[in-house]
Design a protein around this ligand. Structure first.
Ligand code: G3H
Ligand code: 13P
Ligand code: ZN
Length: 330
């Protein structure tokens, strides 16, 4: 049993309070390997941003939960070495069982998500409540979810987005005791967030996605004033990265994300945490493809993972400085 406080990590409570008061959002970046962790920490130290390091089920399967926890512990020391002790929260992304949440909490996670959104409402309440009861005894914060995002949420799949019902949020928050709530207002996971027929096209033929449902967000804010809201599936899918991947042998078709302007608006609202994974995947893949197509004889992984790490860092700095507004808050 390891407590996150011994590792220099923090839970999300204070981060969200400051983000709510300051009208910005904390970046929640997924990581699966050393280069991603380094890029996140470098970017957040350089832009003086607090950060949430997220571990998904896919990341646990790929890299091992314990190794990722040690990496997060290393991230605390690494930030200090780079010159600034930024607040770092280690968060389980899309936890699906009480047992998994307990296992993460016992191995040093400072925050967990219990995603019961695919269960019937009462079951979601019961499961989330059980996680909160365990987590709060150890001062670990808990994110719950109401409403289902389109696309794949790890094991959670949905044909279409089921928007969060504002009528349920107050009851859910009161009954479960969660510290933050992920909602569905039209975002979705991955690099193909919308089908082309759901979009319009601009004058250059580029897909323009349907706008997020800010009316639902505003109604939720009215029902639970000052309560931290989380946005999943918030990658923007930068079209320059998509074009770079495709011009170096890739085949991404109709990739489309959430326009940054809408994320800026969300970050200034009760949305205190914005999840970004796919944009990092695109930035890394674009950089790796670019190096390997320019230098086909290269076989030293550092020669393509190094540029990929650099591209990731630039992407994250852009997010904290120009989208989420978390830069300069430490
Ligand atoms: O919400 C999903 C995240 O992007 C993590 O995806 O399970 O493939 O790591 P993953
Ligand atoms: P994206 O796929 O839009 O990056 O969303 C990531 C996410 O929500 C992780 O939980
Ligand atoms: Zn998610």
């Amino acid at each position: 049993m390891v407590n996150y406080k011994e590792l220099g990590l923090v839970n999300s409570r204070d981060m969200f309070k400051k983000a709510m008061d300051g009208k910005y959002a904390i970046p929640a970046f997924n990581f699966n390997n050393m280069e991603q962790m380094q890029a996140i920490i470098q970017a957040c130290v350089e832009t003086r941003s607090p950060v949430i390091l997220q571990v998904s089920s896919g990341a646990r399967a790929y890299a091992n939960q314990t190794l990722l926890r040690y990496m997060a512990q290393g991230a605390v020391a690494y930030a200090g070495e780079l010159g600034l002790d930024i607040p770092i929260c280690l968060h389980l992304d899309h936890g699906d069982t009480l047992e998994l949440c307990i296992s993460c909490i016992e191995t040093g996670f400072s925050s967990v998500m219990i995603d019961g959104s695919h269960h019937p409402y009462e079951k979601n309440v019961e499961l989330t409540r059980a996680v909160v009861e365990y987590a709060h005894q150890r001062d670990v914060t808990v994110e719950g979810e109401l409403g289902v995002l389109a696309g794949i949420e790890d094991d959670v799949s949905a044909a279409a987005s089921v928007y969060t019902s504002p009528d349920q949020v107050e009851d859910f928050v009161n009954k479960t005791g969660v510290d933050s709530l992920a909602i569905s207002i039209g975002t979705s996971h991955g690099a193909n967030k919308f089908r082309p027929e759901q979009c319009t096209r601009d004058e250059r033929g580029v897909l323009v996605p349907p706008p997020l449902r800010f009316d639902i967000l505003e109604e939720i804010e009215r029902r639970i004033p000052g309560f931290p809201i989380v946005l999943h599936g918030a990658s923007s899918v930068p079209q320059d990265k998509v074009a770079s991947i495709n011009s170096n042998g890739g085949k991404l078709v109709d990739a489309v994300g959430i326009p940054e302007e809408q994320l800026r608006r969300a970050a200034a609202s009760a949305v205190c945490k914005i999840n970004i994974d796919s944009d990092g995947r695109l930035a890394m893949t674009a950089a790796v493809r670019e190096v390997l197509s320019r230098k086909p004889a290269e076989f030293d992984p550092r020669k393509y993972l190094g540029p990929a790490r650099e591209a990731l860092k630039e992407l994250y700095k852009h997010k904290t400085s120009h989208v989420l507004g978390s830069a300069g808050r430490v």
